[in-house]
Design a binder for this molecule. Structure first.
Ligand SMILES: Cc1ncc(COP(=O)(O)OP(=O)(O)O)c(N)n1
Ligand SMILES: Cc1ncsc1CCOP(=O)(O)O
Ligand SMILES: [Mg+2]
Length: 223
């Protein structure tokens, strides 16, 4: 298996939905199904925080969600838990600065997709040297979803990374909605990653649709 190309990943990262059971008021299976119907292009299973499942229950939910992603050809990544990603033969892993080192994870996962969180240029450069395929940059806007998130940086951080020569795919994260997604793309991101904008929406399908439209419109402006 070869590493995914930058072009293919850029395309796939447009609307990146992240979710765990504690992000939802409805059953996660239904939320993810609706989100896919609405047009999400990438999925991360992030089962952590207050009330998160563990052990066999976590594995069972991951398998259920992976099966829907497989059915609709949506890449399925696992947050933090490299061993789970390997056990499930997931499409990849997302890790942050407080997780296992990216070069070690790269060795473990071979050509699977590796996403790394970066908050500044130094972290971005190191992540790339260590084998990241894409960067998750944020929080861009204030978020209530991740209690230990750093301070929101605004879209300037994205512009800065691009001006300083970072060319690999980037998704913005943190407080992103259909109303501010265009700013994120215009500043240099290839896509937006969201949790609550979809997971807590009355209609995850409608919310995903609106996000996809905002992102696609902004990407067309750049062409
Ligand atoms: C796409 C994306 N970007 C950033 C993150 C945050 O990762 P991390 O800093 O490791 O925090 P946790 O999500 O593990 O709490 C992400 N998960 N996905
Ligand atoms: C996982 C993560 N990393 C930085 S902010 C964040 C939470 C994003 O959630 P939301 O889209 O609900 O603000
Ligand atoms: Mg992490």
């Amino acid at each position: 298996m070869e590493r995914i190309s930058t072009k293919q990943l850029q395309e796939q990262l447009r609307v990146y939905f992240i979710m765990g059971s504690n992000n939802c008021e409805k059953h996660p299976f239904d939320v993810l199904t609706e989100a896919i119907e609405g047009g999400i292009t990438f999925f991360q299973f992030r089962e952590k925080g207050h009330g998160a499942l563990s052990g066999a229950e976590k594995v069972a939910l991951a398998k259920e969600l992976q099966a829907i992603c497989r059915k609709y050809s949506i890449p399925f990544l696992v947050n933090d838990d490299v061993e789970l990603a390997l056990a499930l033969d997931a499409d990849g892993v997302h890790i942050g600065q407080e997780d296992e080192r990216a070069d070690i994870v790269r060795r473990k996962i071979g050509a699977k997709i590796l996403g790394v969180s970066a908050h500044n240029l130094d972290e971005a450069k190191r992540a790339i040297e260590q084998g990241a395929d894409y960067l998750g940059v944020g929080p861009i806007f204030p978020t209530n979803t991740k209690t230990d998130a750093k301070e929101a940086q605004g879209v300037e951080v994205l512009r800065h990374l691009r001006e300083q020569g970072i060319t690999i795919p980037i998704v913005g994260i943190g407080g992103i909605t259909a109303d501010n997604a265009k700013e994120v793309i215009r500043a240099g991101a290839d896509g937006v990653s969201v949790i609550s904008a979809i997971s807590l929406a009355n209609s995850p399908k409608e919310s995903a649709k609106q996000l996809a439209k905002a992102v696609d419109d902004a990407l067309h402006e750049k062409k």
